[in-house]
Design a protein around this ligand. Structure first.
Ligand code: RB5
Length: 148
């Protein structure tokens, strides 16, 4: 799959770790930064990745900030984005299987590199199950109309 990754300044190292894991699993990863030492506000890159995934330019997005919270909130403002913050692999896998999450956000101050790789692995290896879950995800999509 085509994956786009970005972070704020707090998430640079963990973002690179996640991108490496995704590449090791055979995915094509575009890393949009920032470079080490470059400060960037998390809403900017959260929205950027959200827009790229929502537009279909990438299949999935990877995001990192200090907690994963702020950057996921920003991504979720983009219609079509279902961004999840995960701190363990179980929720990450289910977020794909049941919620069809298309963006994974991690907290660089929350999880270490080894755990981050396990989370990315389970998220990418899981597949959306459809069926009753598709109906529920559609109900989430319907909520986007309330933003108009
Ligand atoms: C930046 O210091 C920090 O606020 C940010 O990385 C993130 O944790 C916000 O949710």
């Amino acid at each position: 799959m085509k994956i786009v990754a970005a972070s704020d300044h707090a998430g640079v190292e963990l973002r690179q770790e996640m991108a490496d894991e995704a590449r090791a699993l055979g995915h094509e990863v575009t890393d949009l930064g920032p470079a080490p030492g470059v400060a960037i506000d998390y809403p900017v890159n959260g929205a950027m990745v959200g827009r790229l995934v929502a537009a279909g330019e990438y299949d999935l997005g990877l995001l990192v900030c200090g907690t994963g919270v702020g950057i996921s909130i920003a991504a979720n403002k983009i219609p079509g984005i279902r961004a999840v913050v995960c701190s363990e692999p179980f929720s990450a896998g289910l977020a794909r299987q049941h919620n069809n999450a298309n963006v994974l956000a991690l907290g660089a101050r929350v999880v270490g590199p080894g755990l981050a790789r396990l989370i990315v692995r389970d998220w990418l290896n899981a597949e959306f199950e459809g069926g009753r879950h598709a109906r529920r995800v559609d109900l989430i999509t319907d909520l986007e109309a309330e933003r108009q």
